[in-house]
Design a protein around this ligand. Structure first.
Ligand SMILES: NC(=O)C1=CN([C@@H]2O[C@H](COP(=O)(O)OP(=O)(O)OC[C@H]3O[C@@H](n4cnc5c(N)ncnc54)[C@H](O)[C@@H]3O)[C@@H](O)[C@H]2O)C=CC1
Ligand SMILES: CC(=O)C(=O)O
Ligand SMILES: [Mg+2]
Length: 372
């Protein structure tokens, strides 16, 4: 198979879909790997590292899209990239279609087959291709939230750990999955007073067993969220209903009950955001103010630490990328129902129910797509 990896073009996105190590393994499996010139530079991988791994360098994204059977990326294809996708081509990347009708329309029109990293599952009920980036975004969230709390950035002027004689920042983390757990660990490590809220009692039992003493847990009822929001210096949004648009857990009205200059960090923004007033921002201009509350809503947070993120993502995607290349997508998905859960689009039809429900579009069952 010809595997193509273009340079990411989303603003301030420095990750790359394939590391030289991933390219080396694909070449060892007998595949041709095409990398766009300079694609890895932002993550610290120069063209020579890919050539050394046996890959070939192509001058433009156009060459990559024209020649490759499978495109391996990081972020959802941007409008210009969507125009280059073609019928029968396989796209393997993050998509986050539920809040993105424009991208969905273009992918359906292209006739491509698209497997979304964020909906591939594992045997433990986890999301193995989302997890590494959730670990990164979770660990970054208190760091960017602390920056947002600084006065010069519009924040309340509160230090996460306080100082002797002055109490710490109060941090509420909504959603205690991968993002929430890593965010809580780091915020607690910075000395903040942290509470994690979730709707899953087994998850809260786990968090209490492992982290009791470092941070507290509370059930994520509307009442508890409203009460804690009043006291919070920082709220980190980390909920997920896989594939679906995020539920709105703090309304615009509630902002007036919060402390002026408090920080909302909405990590769930890539699924539409879990605060009513959230809208996606970029690393170039990450924070905005609504009613005196500072919102940080960057949809590709891991891009800020591109080298760590690229290597972590590559470790997770490599076995799936190799299975898709070795067997073709149909056989690979037939052999692995968890990979089939990643199928979102095939030959002009949506194949993921939560996305169809969010966008009001009919869905072809992925099992039927395999037979088409
Ligand atoms: N902005 C960015 O750069 C990035 C965003 N993300 C996003 O972060 C979000 C969280 O991802 P993960 O932690 O990996 O998911 P996860 O599935 O590990 O955790 C989500 C948690 O939310 C909980 N939850 C669901 N509905 C809830 C509700 N109404 N109230 C409270 N808790 C609720 C679930 O019980 C679960 O424990 C996703 O939307 C993901 O796409 C992930 C990585 C990077
Ligand atoms: C999860 C995701 O969308 C990202 O890492 O950018
Ligand atoms: Mg994202």
């Amino acid at each position: 198979m010809i595997i193509g990896c273009p340079k990411e073009i989303k603003p301030q996105e420095f990750r790359v879909g394939m590391t030289p190590n991933a390219a080396r393994e694909a070449v060892a499996h007998g595949h041709t790997v095409l990398i766009e010139a300079g694609a890895g530079l932002g993550a610290g991988f120069d063209d020579a590292a890919y050539i050394d791994a046996g890959a070939q360098i192509e001058a433009t994204a156009k060459d990559i899209f024209a020649k490759a059977d499978m495109i391996v990326k990081v972020k959802e294809p941007q409008p210009g990239e969507r125009k280059m996708l073609r019928e029968g081509q396989l796209l393997f990347t993050y998509l986050h279609l539920a809040p993105d009708p424009e991208q969905t329309k273009d992918l359906l029109a292209s006739g491509c087959t698209a497997i979304a990293y964020e909906t591939v599952t594992d045997a433990n009920g986890g999301l193995p291709l989302l997890a590494p980036m959730s670990e990164v975004a979770g660990r970054l969230a208190p760091q960017v939230g602390a920056w947002t709390l600084q006065k010069a950035n519009g924040g309340r002027g509160v230090l996460m750990g306080g100082v002797p004689g002055v109490g710490p920042a109060r941090v509420m983390v909504i959603g205690g999955g991968v993002v929430g757990t890593h965010a809580a660990k780091i915020a607690a490590g910075m000395g903040a007073d942290v509470t994690v809220l979730d709707r899953s009692l087994p998850r809260m039992r786990y968090l209490d067993d492992v982290f009791g003493g470092q941070f507290k847990t509370q059930y994520a009822s509307t009442g508890n969220i409203a009460e804690l929001a009043i006291e919070a210096d920082m709220v980190i949004g980390a909920v997920l209903i896989p594939g679906a648009a995020a539920p709105k857990l703090i309304t615009r009205e509630q902002l007036s009950t919060m402390k002026p200059g408090a920080a909302l960090v909405d990590v769930a923004i890539d699924q539409g955001g879990c605060f009513e007033t959230s809208k996606a921002t970029t690393h170039a201009d990450p924070v905005y103010d609504v009613d005196g509350i500072m919102h940080y809503c960057v949809a590709n947070m891991p891009g800020a630490v591109a080298r760590t993120s690229t290597i972590a993502l590559g470790n997770a995607t490599m076995p799936f990328m190799l299975a898709l290349a070795d067997k073709g997508w149909k056989q690979a998905c037939e052999d692995d129902p968890h990979l089939l859960n990643g199928l979102n689009v095939h030959a002009g039809q949506l194949t993921y129910y939560a996305v169809g429900k969010a966008l009001g579009i009919d869905v072809l069952s992925p099992q039927l797509a395999l037979k088409s």
